[in-house]
Design a protein around this ligand. Structure first.
Ligand code: CUK
Ligand code: CUA
Ligand code: CA
Length: 614
């Protein structure tokens, strides 16, 4: 029995109870009736509904990272319906990403990636609906997705690093910078000029990279001894922050766990700008590298936190950064108003810590409802824990006895199973609204039809509008999302376009034709349902061919495909979009170019001949 039904059955039994009918009386009630009654029931009791009826739209756009699939996904919340997959670092035949010249230029020959953290661009502490940024942990890149087309428009390579992991945009006053962390320490530079460092892990470093969000170029990197895992920025445009779990500079798991304490690192943006102004940097592989190592500069503040922390999240009021303990069962609450004093040396870094509540075994990430509560994912316990930040701080002040009572814990919900990230609606903005929470669980085990040894992840939707957490939906996710953001529809929807701006593409085709220059052939072709602008093109074996196609259908949702039989070319063009592909005509014969995207009653007839003569 699915959880949805199990859950509803519980409510149903309550209804039965109220009606004075004994449970288990053997009366069979159709599931539909049961669901309908439950729906009514939850509304009566003031629960918000997660039902999105046919024809209705979701209240939120969810943007999910795709992990080793290398993509970003668009999921409607609360329905949890998958609406779109945006290819980012992966090849995608449905759109021709990795096949067309335009996308090849961005991907530069690397067709796999590992996306973990997707975040939106900000203005004044909330999303502005313009861009998404996402990291590639595998090939150390950061991609930008423009929201109007839901398409990647820039990818920047990050040199000198490995394991590019935590990523976060500036939140205030707007996103000019995006920071990204290197999780793996490596020699810097990591090439033949520095071979003597290869076997000396003490000479491995981490780099906190700052990216110009508009130009998608690197502003600088800050060199530190530590590794850096997750990233966050404050709500004042003053700092970026990260957690480090390998302050030991270990290269084995036991070495990485040797110390009882690691760090939360805080990067002082004012001092970084000053170092850039004064020229206090060296250039490594073309990038300005500022020395942020302990004893070398005052740019980085190191706050000791218990052993191997993982997530770092800032509360929507901008007051606290919360490090989730991972190996420690605690969360560490850092008061961001005290950071300046610590940077000025007026207090010790550890004095910025105002609470360390015990949450459960394996806390990984924390999210917020905008009402002063935090929700932490607890991996080993398989729970989502709701706790109150102020109560945790008060308990800390009152001492150990008070802490032991754990009165700051408001609710604990079992999830299914082994949660990684956790995210509430709008929680990474000052507009956190405390309505929905998604628990991105790494294991699904028995929750779905068994589809083999490798199983789906389970993204569980939880209603957090009341005091208790209420599990309302299980949603299988193709492996494997790490993180997501849940953005109010009114922020995104007005910016999304139904057609491309045709002349944004410099090669947009207005008239079909073939131009030959020796062995180089340029084919320009329009497409208009259900015909291509050309019926036949003649080529000679060995011709170097560039095919440029523009879709002239302006009707919303009317896309055409362009596929060349046996030539391994396959892409789709949306309304008013232009794409191009370059290939060598190395096979002789007649090859049908055909439309792969059902566009018209005569879609099957939408094709043209390529004749490649010997
Ligand atoms: S990490 Cu995957 S569960 Cu890459 Cu954000 Cu924590
Ligand atoms: Cu054009 Cu199918
Ligand atoms: Ca450690």
């Amino acid at each position: 029995m699915s959880d949805k039904v199990k859950f509803n059955r519980r409510n149903f039994l309550q209804i039965l109870g109220a009606a004075g009918i004994a449970a288990g009386s053997g009366v069979l009630i159709p599931k539909e009736t049961l669901l309908a009654r439950t729906e009514k029931d939850s509304r009566r009791r003031g629960h918000q509904s997660n039902e999105v009826k046919p024809g209705e739209l979701d209240d939120y756009y969810g943007f999910w990272s795709g992990g080793h699939s290398g993509e970003v996904r668009v999921i409607g919340v609360p329905s949890m319906r998958e609406i779109k997959r945006i290819p980012v670092f992966n090849m995608d035949v449905a759109t021709g990403w990795g096949i067309t010249n335009e996308s090849k230029k961005l991907l530069r020959g690397r067709y796999t990636g590992d996306t973990h953290h997707v975040h939106g661009s900000y203005k004044n502490g909330t999303y502005d609906g313009r861009y998404l940024f996402v990291n590639d942990k595998l090939n150390n890149r950061v991609a930008r997705i423009r929201i109007d087309y839901m398409e990647v428009d820039a990818i920047v390579d990050i040199p000198n690093v490995q394991g590019l992991h935590g990523l976060f945009p500036q939140r205030y006053p707007k996103t000019e910078w995006v920071v990204a962390n290197s999780e793996f320490q490596v020699p810097v530079p990591n090439d033949e000029t520095n071979a003597s460092a290869f076997t000396k892990p003490k000479q491995y470093y981490g780099l906190h990279t700052i990216i110009d969000a508009e130009r998608m170029s690197i502003v600088c990197q800050v060199l530190v001894d530590e590794n850096m895992d997750l990233a966050a920025t404050d709500y004042k445009g003053k700092y970026s922050m990260t957690t480090s779990y390998n302050t030991e500079k270990g290269v084995t798991i036991s070495e990485m766990l040797a110390s009882d304490y690691d760090y939360m690192l805080v990067f002082h943006w004012g001092r970084i700008k000053e170092a850039l102004r004064k020229g206090n940097y060296t250039r490594i592989n073309g990038v300005k590298v500022i020395d942020g190592r302990k004893g070398h500069s005052d740019i980085v503040l190191r706050i000791p936190v218990p052993k191997n922390p993982h997530g770092i999240n800032v509360s929507p009021d901008g007051k606290y950064a919360i490090c989730s303990g991972k190996v420690s069962p605690t969360c560490t609450v850092v008061d961001l108003d005290l950071i300046d004093l610590a940077f000025e040396g007026k207090i010790k870094p550890e004095e910025c810590i105002v609470a360390q509540p015990e949450i459960g075994l394996g806390p990984l990430h924390t999210t917020f409802d905008g009402r002063g509560n935090a929700y932490t994912s607890v991996f080993i316990d398989s729970t989502n824990v709701k706790w109150n930040i102020q109560k945790a701080i008060e308990a800390e002040k009152k001492g150990e006895e008070e802490k032991k009572k754990k009165e700051y814990i408001i609710d604990v919900l079992d999830i299914h199973y082994q949660v990684g990230h956790i995210m509430a609606s709008m929680a990474e903005t000052k507009e956190a609204d405390g309505k929905w929470l998604v628990s991105l669980n790494k294991f699904s085990k028995d929750r779905f039809l068994n589809a083999g040894p490798v199983k789906a992840e389970n993204d569980q939707l939880i209603d957090i509008s009341g005091k208790k957490l209420r599990l309302v939906h299980d949603s299988p996710a193709y492996m494997e999302p790490h993180d997501c953001i849940i953005v109010r529809r009114d922020i995104v929807e007005p910016n999304v376009k139904d057609r491309y701006d045709m002349f944004e593409h410099p090669l947009a085709v207005t008239e079909s034709g073939v131009k030959r220059n020796g062995k180089n052939v340029i084919i320009r072709m329009t497409s208009n349902a259900p015909v291509y602008g050309l019926q036949e093109v003649r080529l000679k074996k060995g011709d170097r061919v560039t095919l440029i196609v523009t879709n002239h259908d302006e009707i919303s949702d009317l896309s055409h495909g362009v596929a060349i039989s046996n030539y391994n070319i396959n892409f789709v063009i949306g309304p008013f979009q232009t794409k191009s592909v370059t290939f060598t005509a190395d096979k002789v014969g007649v090859f049908w170019v055909y439309c792969t995207n059902f566009c018209h009653a005569l879609h099957l007839e939408m094709r043209m001949r390529l004749i490649v003569e010997p």
